[in-house]
Design a protein around this ligand. Structure first.
Ligand code: PLP
Length: 379
C-alpha cells in the first residue's frame, strides 16, 4: 500500500458490532473478563485501549515499521526512550535539539548518571569523537529546530551500528510523509503527534515506532509502568487528522517553497534557512532522504535587532504568534524567548538562535494571503 491509502486504511477495520466505519472512541477504563485471565486482549486502559491500538497500528504502517506505541505527549515518548538507559550510559545528541528534549536530558536524566554530549552532526568525524563503548544512543532530529539543518540519517545509522548504539530519530519536523527513518537504518522513531501528524492544533500526543521485538517489549514495560498513555478521545482526534496528512503535507510544501523564495528576495530579510534551497549546505542530503522540503523555515531580519523582530511580530495579522508547529494555520515563533528559552544564551547563539531569529510554520491557507501578510509586516 502507498502512503495515502495507508493513512486512510492501515490498521482500520469497520467496527464488528455495528459496522461503524470510523474507529469508535472506547471511553472505558476496564474490560469485563469471562473468568480470571480470560479476556479479549484488553484488561485495563493504561495498558491497552482499542482506539489507541488502531492508532498505533496506523502509525507503524506510516513509518514502514512493525510496532507503534502512543504516549500522552511527545515528551512522554522521549521520556520512555531515555528510560531504556542505565547509569553510566552516554548519549550523543544533535546540538540544536528541541528545547524540551534538551531540558529533560540535562535537568532530569543527567541526575541519574547518564551523560549527554551535544554536538553538530554536520559530519560523521565530529560525532565519532564523542562516541565510545558507553555510548548507547545517538539522538538525531532532522530537519533541526529552528535552524533547519539536515543530518544524514544513513551515515548516523552506520555509526550507531559500529558502536552497537541505538539510533533514535525525532521525526516530528518531517512527518512520515516526507521521511521514514527506519528505512534508512534508524532503530527508533519518535514523534510529537501534536504537530504535523494530528495537524489541527487540537491535541497533544506522542509516539514511538520501532521494528525490534525485544525493544518493543522493553518500551511497553516502561509505558505501562510509568503510565504516560493517551486517552481514547485524543487517539480518535489523531486518527482523524492522519486521514488528510498527505494532502496537508503537499500544501505545506507548496506554500513553504513560495514563502521561502519570497522572504529570500525581500530587501529587509537577511538570511532564510530552508532545506529546499539548492545552496542550503545540506540540500543534497535533504533531497536524498526526504521527498519534499516542508513548510518549516527560519529567517533573520536585516540588522539583527531584537526590536525589529518584535515590531515585525506585532504587525502580522494571519501568522499567529504561538509555540508549536505543523497545524493547518500559519504560526510564527521567536525561538530565543519561546521554544528555546530553556537553553542557555551562549549555547543558543552558538547554534544560530540569535535574538532576531524568527521561525515560521507555514500553514495550508491561500499562499497569496500569507505572502501579503509577511510583506505588510516587513514593510
Ligand atoms: C513539540 C516537540 C516535541 C515535544 O512534543 P510535545 O507533544 O509538545 O510533548 C519533541 N520534539 C520536537 C521536535 C517537537 O517539535
Amino acid at each position: 500500500m502507498k502512503f495515502a491509502t495507508k493513512a486512510i486504511h492501515a490498521g482500520i477495520e469497520p467496527d464488528p458490532t455495528t459496522g461503524a466505519i470510523m474507529t469508535p472512541i472506547f471511553q472505558t477504563s476496564t474490560y469485563v473478563q469471562a473468568a480470571p485471565a480470560h479476556h479479549k486482549g484488553y484488561e485495563y486502559s493504561r495498558t491497552h485501549n482499542p482506539t489507541r491500538t488502531v492508532l498505533q497500528d496506523n502509525l507503524a504502517a506510516l513509518e514502514n515499521g512493525k510496532h507503534g506505541l502512543c504516549f500522552s505527549t511527545g515528551m512522554g515518548a522521549i521520556d520512555a526512550i531515555a528510560k531504556l538507559l542505565n547509569p553510566g550510559d552516554e548519549v550523543v545528541a544533535t546540538d540544536d535539539l528541541y528545547g524540551g528534549t534538551f531540558r529533560i536530558f540535562t535537568k532530569i536524566f543527567s541526575k541519574y548518571g547518564i551523560k549527554f554530549h551535544f554536538v553538530s552532526m554536520a559530519d560523521v568525524a565530529s560525532v565519532e569523537q564523542y562516541v565510545n563503548k558507553n555510548t548507547k544512543m545517538i539522538w538525531v532530529e532532522t530537519p533541526t529546530n529552528p535552524m533547519l539543518n539536515i543530518i544524514d540519517i544513513k551515515v548516523m545509522a552506520e555509526l550507531a551500528k559500529k558502536y552497537k548504539a541505538l539510533l533514535v530519530v525525532d521525526n516530528t519536523f518531517a512527518s512520515p510523509y516526507l521521511q521514514t527513518p527506519l528505512a534508512l537504518g534508524a532503530d527508533i522513531v519518535t514523534h510529537s503527534l501534536t504537530k504535523y501528524i494530528s495537524g489541527h492544533s487540537d491535541v497533544v500526543m506522542g509516539a514511538i515506532i520501532c521494528n525490534d521485538d525485544s525493544l518493543l517489549e522493553r518500551l511497553l514495560f516502561i509505558q505501562n509502568s510509568c503510565g504516560a498513555t493517551p486517552g481514547p478521545m485524543d487517539c480518535f482526534l489523531v486518527l482523524r487528522g492522519i486521514k488528510t496528512l498527505h494532502l496537508r503535507m503537499q500544501r505545506h510544501c507548496e506554500n513553504g517553497k513560495i514563502i521561502a523564495e519570497f522572504l529570500r528576495s525581500h530587501p529587509k530579510v537577511d538570511k532564510v534557512y530552508w532545506p529546499g534551497f539548492t545552496d542550503h549546505p545540506n540540500h543534497d542530503i535533504a533531497k536524498a532522504q526526504m521527498c519534499g522540503f516542508g513548510g518549516m523555515m527560519s529567517f533573520k531580519i536585516k540588522g539583527n535587532k531584537m526590536e525589529d523582530a518584535l515590531m515585525f511580530l506585532s504587525r502580522l495579522k494571519l501568522f499567529s504568534l504561538a509555540e508549536s508547529l505543523g497545524g493547518v494555520e500559519s504560526l510564527v515563533g521567536h525561538p530565543a524567548t519561546m521554544t528555546h528559552a530553556s537553553i542557555p544564551k551562549e549555547q543558543r547563539e552558538k547554534v544560530g538562535v540569535s535574538d532576531s531569529l524568527l521561525r515560521l510554520s507555514v500553514g495550508v491557507e491561500d499562499v497569496e494571503d500569507l505572502v501579503e501578510d509577511l510583506k505588510n509586516a516587513l514593510n
